[in-house]
Design a protein around this ligand. Structure first.
Ligand code: HEM
Length: 410
């Protein structure tokens, strides 16, 4: 492999698999690598664990706000909208926004949902278990995160499917399967965002009219410097929480199941000892993180590993690479559900550390407990269909077969 051959901007490459060989090569040969870009300014590719931490923990030098947090170059006219989402804000504004929702996602608050989440898992597996086959993505992995975040936000059952589909369209902008018709993908993404906004407005009106015990009502009543949140702030929160809470957890559920199927000894170990589910979930998060990358922009000159970065340059953090950094993880390409220690960076680190990490962990523990105890002789009947995306390590479809089993719920 040569440095000139490295192309981390090509979604076709990620559709085949995460390019772990390329990442390993970069970590060894050029850990802070200037990567040319065809339709962008070029960027510094950060592939080492310690460097990803350093960048994420210094938001004053590495801004999420200046150019947003996504790999794709934003259109100048899109930037102000993006900067209304806290993912694309810097402190001190970021802290103010984050404080509005932090409480709902603390370990204690999330623990209140435990029984409800367990019931949801029982029900979603009940819905397919007698059949002996299903599309694992659509009928198992996607259901729980969608139900949970919609319930937290107060989205009624009958609207959840549509909200979920729009979310898919917004994230799958590089995948022709997820765009309706033959219009430009950008246009599709904007249309999906507009529909999501319209829905959020409706939900806000409902929360104002009939307050409930949900996040929508909490956001309607929240205040920022003595002022109530504006309608557009509310909408942006809705958009972020729905998208961040849905795609990611679903992706980890599917990829984690693939990892278990590819490593039958580990699968069997977990079946024999379900108490290992906590450490299995951590290993799944390390081994197959949902998010491939996020972006920052330098606000001043800075040096990393002897490389001089100038002001106003693009920096891209590669999570799957940091999670397999051989300097941190022993035998990093091995899937070991008892790995310890396992301080992976699947949820990021520092200023923007994943708001939903407690919730995602709880969902993943419950769903994997259900998967390993209830799906016997689970196998894929066709190769999984991967998402064409440099951003999310997604799976669109995975047909599976298993020995039919009994329902557990009523
Ligand atoms: C396994 C599932 C998940 C993974 C792998 C994941 C990953 C991440 C990562 C890497 C970041 C850091 C972004 C950055 O540094 O720029 C992040 C931020 C975020 N995540 Fe998650 N996430 C997951 C689930 C969730 C869930 C369930 C929710 C909420 C409902 C959520 C909400 C958020 C939000 C709101 C942010 C932005 C936080 C901020 O800007 O302060 N995530 N997530």
């Amino acid at each position: 492999m040569k440095l000139a051959d490295v192309d981390l901007t090509n979604p076709d490459l990620f559709q085949q698999a995460i390019p772990h060989e390329t990442f390993e090569f970069l970590r060894r040969e050029a850990p802070v690598f200037w990567h040319e870009e065809q339709d962008g300014p070029g960027f510094w590719a950060i592939t080492k664990y310690a460097d990803l931490k350093f960048v994420s923990r210094n938001p004053q030098t590495f801004s999420s706000e200046r150019m947003g947090a996504l790999l794709r170059e934003p259109q100048p006219e899109q930037l102000p909208f993006m900067q209304s989402i806290m993912l694309n804000m810097d402190p001190p504004r970021h802290r103010q926004y984050r404080a509005l929702v932090n409480k709902a996602f603390t370990k204690r608050m999330v623990e209140n949902l435990h029984g409800r989440i367990r019931d949801m898992v029982t029900r979603l597996i009940d819905d397919v278990i007698e059949r002996g086959e299903c599309d694992f993505v659509d009928e198992v992995a996607a259901v729980l995160p969608m139900q949970v975040i919609c319930e937290m936000m107060g989205v009624p059952e009958e609207d959840r499917r549509r909200v979920y589909e729009i979310g898919n369209q917004m994230v799958g902008f590089d995948d022709p399967d997820l765009q309706e018709g033959d219009r430009m993908a950008d246009h599709e993404g904007q249309q999906a965002a507009a529909e999501m906004f319209m829905y959020a407005t409706k939900l806000r009106e409902k929360a104002v009219r009939t307050p409930g015990d949900d996040l929508a009502t909490a956001l309607v009543n929240a205040e920022l410097e003595g002022e109530k949140l504006s309608e557009s702030d509310f909408n942006f929160f809705f958009l972020l929480l729905l998208i961040a809470g849905n795609e990611t957890t679903r992706t980890v559920t599917t990829n984690g199941t693939i990892a278990l199927l590819d490593n039958p000894d580990q699968h069997e170990k977990l079946r024999q000892n379900p108490a290992l589910v906590d450490s299995a979930v951590e290993e799944i998060l390390r081994y197959c993180p949902a998010v491939n990358c996020f972006r920052r922009q330098t606000t001043e000159e800075v040096e990393i590993r002897g490389q001089k970065l100038r002001e106003n340059e693009k920096v891209v953090l590669w999570y799957p690479s940091a999670n397999r950094d051989e300097e941190v993880f022993h035998d990093p390409h091995r899937f070991d559900i008892e790995r310890h220690p396992n301080e992976h960076l699947a949820f990021g680190v520092g200023e923007h550390f994943c708001l939903g990490s407690n919730l995602a962990r709880l969902e993943l523990r419950e769903v994997f407990s259900g998967i390993v105890t209830r799906f016997h002789e689970l196998e894929r009947t066709e190769p999984p269909r991967r998402l064409r995306s440099t951003f999310i390590n997604g799976i669109k479809e995975m047909q599976v077969r298993y020995r039919p089993g009994p329902r557990l719920g009523t």
